[in-house]
Design a protein around this ligand. Structure first.
Ligand SMILES: Nc1ncnc2c1ncn2[C@@H]1O[C@H](COP(=O)(O)OP(=O)(O)O)[C@@H](O)[C@H]1O
Ligand SMILES: [Mg+2]
Length: 213
């Protein structure tokens, strides 16, 4: 089963938001999904407690032994989503090692783009010794609707030489309001937020398919 991690060492990048919503989107189309909380702060575990474990199973693996620990528990799942930890380079490295695909949420600001540099180094160092695995791509998080991505942001992201996903999350109150109840944007399955998460899910699946072919 594919392991997808949502990583960025910058706090507030949108990792947990994308992780829980993507996990739910995959479950709603019939997948068996395991969500791994690699953040010692435990946001995904708090979310899981708030919904009494009813959306997807969440397990906390916030040590460097994550790749090995995950190996022991991932059997039987169609998808594993890892919600990344901020700041702790060793935990990011462990998640990169365990992943088939790394999705890097980045807010459309130069500061956020610059802050991704360390993570990109970790990913590229791994790719160099493993024939390009894991695949990694940026996703714009909290884009302001109807504004073009700033040229500086676009150029800075391109400088990393990793793909930038076409799908993104836009700035919407539905994300924090649903999260605060332990839910996801799929409480309203036809909402614009649910649609944008479904586009992310589809693009993630396409990226993984490219990997196979
Ligand atoms: N697309 C979005 N629109 C509005 N708020 C968002 C969006 N994405 C994330 N947020 C909010 O931003 C804050 C940080 O997001 P979070 O997913 O917790 O980031 P991280 O896990 O990277 O620290 C949270 O309060 C979250 O609800
Ligand atoms: Mg988080």
């Amino acid at each position: 089963m594919p392991v997808i991690s949502i990583l960025n060492q910058k706090g507030g990048a949108g990792k947990t938001t994308i992780a829980v919503n993507l996990a739910h989107a995959l479950k709603l189309e019939g997948g068996k999904v395991l969500l791994v909380d690699s953040d010692p702060q435990g946001s995904a575990r708090d979310w899981n407690e708030a919904n009494e474990g009813e959306i997807v199973p969440v397990v906390g693996l916030d040590r460097e032994t994550l790749p090995k620990d995950l190996q022991a528990i991932k059997a039987g799942y169609d998808w594993v989503i890892i919600d990344g930890a901020p700041q702790i380079a060793k935990l990011s490295g462990a998640a990169v090692k365990a992943s088939d695909l790394v999705v890097i949420p980045c807010q459309p600001s130069p500061y956020d783009v610059w802050a991704a540099a360390d993570l990109v180094d970790i990913i590229k160092a791994r790719q160099d010794v493993t024939n390009g695995k894991p695949l990694a791509a940026f996703i714009i998080s909290r884009a302001i609707k109807n504004t073009k991505l700033g040229r500086e942001v676009q150029e800075a992201l391109e400088g990393y030489e990793l793909p930038i996903m076409h799908s993104s999350t836009t700035q919407r109150v539905a994300y924090p309001t649903t999260a605060s109840e332990g839910q996801t944007v799929f409480v309203e399955p036809k909402s614009a937020a649910a649609q944008e998460v479904n586009l992310i899910k589809n693009e993630v699946k396409e990226l993984l398919n490219d990997l196979k072919s």
